[in-house]
Design a protein around this ligand. Structure first.
Ligand SMILES: Cc1cc2nc3c(=O)[nH]c(=O)nc-3n(C[C@H](O)[C@H](O)[C@H](O)COP(=O)(O)O)c2cc1C
Length: 353
């Protein structure tokens, strides 16, 4: 990895400024020409160059997606959209955090600042902003059209509480709007950490089942992934997988682990009204790997072949391989890719070499 890489998302700028002026660093230049993988891999019913990409979040719009495709990320998730506009939380949205080692799943208190030191862990806190569908629909369609052979966009979306009589209807509406852009794969985000740690949707199994069924009714013919958080043991998640057996096509996991980022003075680093934030990067890789391993084991127990997208703390070829060995069909990197836009090309070159 470069020593002082410029991230393609600038954490010092607002979400809107990144949306308008990004991507930055290497992503604002043409990619160096490198040999692509000769052998493709099968993912669902698609041929993908390398099952590696960027999960929902850092790819804000078609400009970011085009840059990611050019730099060899073959599966790119367009940032989670909603059925109506929602503003981002104010700055700071992204801070570096410095846990002593790996983060626990028990909302640890961690020092947060703007020293983005490697190996990097960050907290992100946006509140899942979205533009109106009349803005993101044509832009998402543009991103879908930018895919080259063996590359695909995944459309991430979520419902908004209070939008309609019940949230599952708004999830279904969002799914329909995303489907209209011809995106080939859908992903419903059920694990946003910034909407309240104790009310992550993915922990309410009956609600998740209703949401998944509504989405499938609305868009029956497209693969559907659910973005899940970390579950601490097999028994905690097995009932959910059983309920969704045959309804969804796979799971993307993990989103983030929640923590309390504080300044050197012990003040909430994201502001008094945001005492917790989702943590991503190096400190959560153990949790992503554990979840992938768990899902792979449980899919054998269920005799079900749902697909697994492994996410969390990937910043090297060895991490990519660890996720594949744990059972991930696809691996994705957000924090690692943001600070190393050459990551996909590096992994391809290492695997080919
Ligand atoms: C800047 C940023 C924004 C994110 N926004 C979203 C989002 O809108 N929807 C979502 O499902 N996950 C979102 N995430 C979570 C990532 O998809 C991913 O699950 C998480 O960052 C862990 O991967 P990593 O360790 O490679 O960063 C975001 C992450 C980052 C860093």
């Amino acid at each position: 990895m470069q020593n002082n890489p410029t991230p393609f998302y600038n954490p010092l700028l607002s979400y809107e400024e990144n949306y308008q002026h990004g991507p930055f660093g290497d992503f604002s230049n043409a990619a160096p020409s490198t040999e692509q993988n000769k052998e493709t891999e099968r993912f669902l019913n698609l041929e993908v160059n390398l099952p590696f990409g960027i999960p929902a979040g850092p790819l804000l719009n078609a400009n970011f997606i085009k840059a990611a495709f050019n730099h060899g990320f073959d599966l790119c998730v367009y940032k989670t959209v909603r059925t109506r506009a929602q503003a981002s939380h104010p700055l700071p949205n992204v801070l570096s955090i410095h846990p002593a080692g790996q983060l626990s799943a028990n909302i640890d208190t961690v020092l947060a600042d703007t020293n983005y030191t490697m190996p990097l862990s960050i907290t992100n806190s946006f509140g899942v902003p979205s533009y109106n569908p009349d803005i993101w629909q044509p832009d998402l369609a543009d991103a879908v059209n930018a895919a080259q052979t063996g590359q695909y966009v995944i459309g991430s979306f979520q419902g908004t509480a209070g939008n309609e009589s019940c949230i599952e209807k708004d999830y279904a509406r969002a799914a329909r709007l995303v489907d209209e852009t011809t995106v080939p794969i859908l992903e419903a985000n059920l694990s946003c950490p910034n909407e309240g740690v104790n009310k992550l949707l993915c922990f309410d199994f009956n609600k998740v089942e209703r949401i998944a069924k509504e989405i499938k009714n609305a868009v029956p013919d497209k693969p559907l992934f659910l973005k899940l958080s970390y579950f601490a043991d097999d028994n905690a998640i097995f009932p959910l997988l059983s309920k969704l057996d045959g309804i969804v096509d796979g799971y993307s996991t993990i989103n983030t682990l929640s923590a309390r980022p504080v300044t050197a003075n012990g003040e909430p680093a994201l502001g008094l009204d945001r005492p917790t934030g989702g943590v991503c990067g190096e400190a959560i890789r153990w949790a992503g790997l554990e979840m992938v391993d768990r899902l792979a084991r449980l899919r054998t127990r269920l005799n079900n072949h749902f697909a697994i997208i492994g996410v969390g703390g990937v910043s090297s070829t060895a991490h990519y391989q660890a996720y594949r060995s744990a059972g991930a069909d696809v691996v994705m990197s957000a924090t690692g890719a943001m600070w190393n836009p050459q990551l996909a090309l590096e992994i391809k070159s290492n695997l080919n070499g």
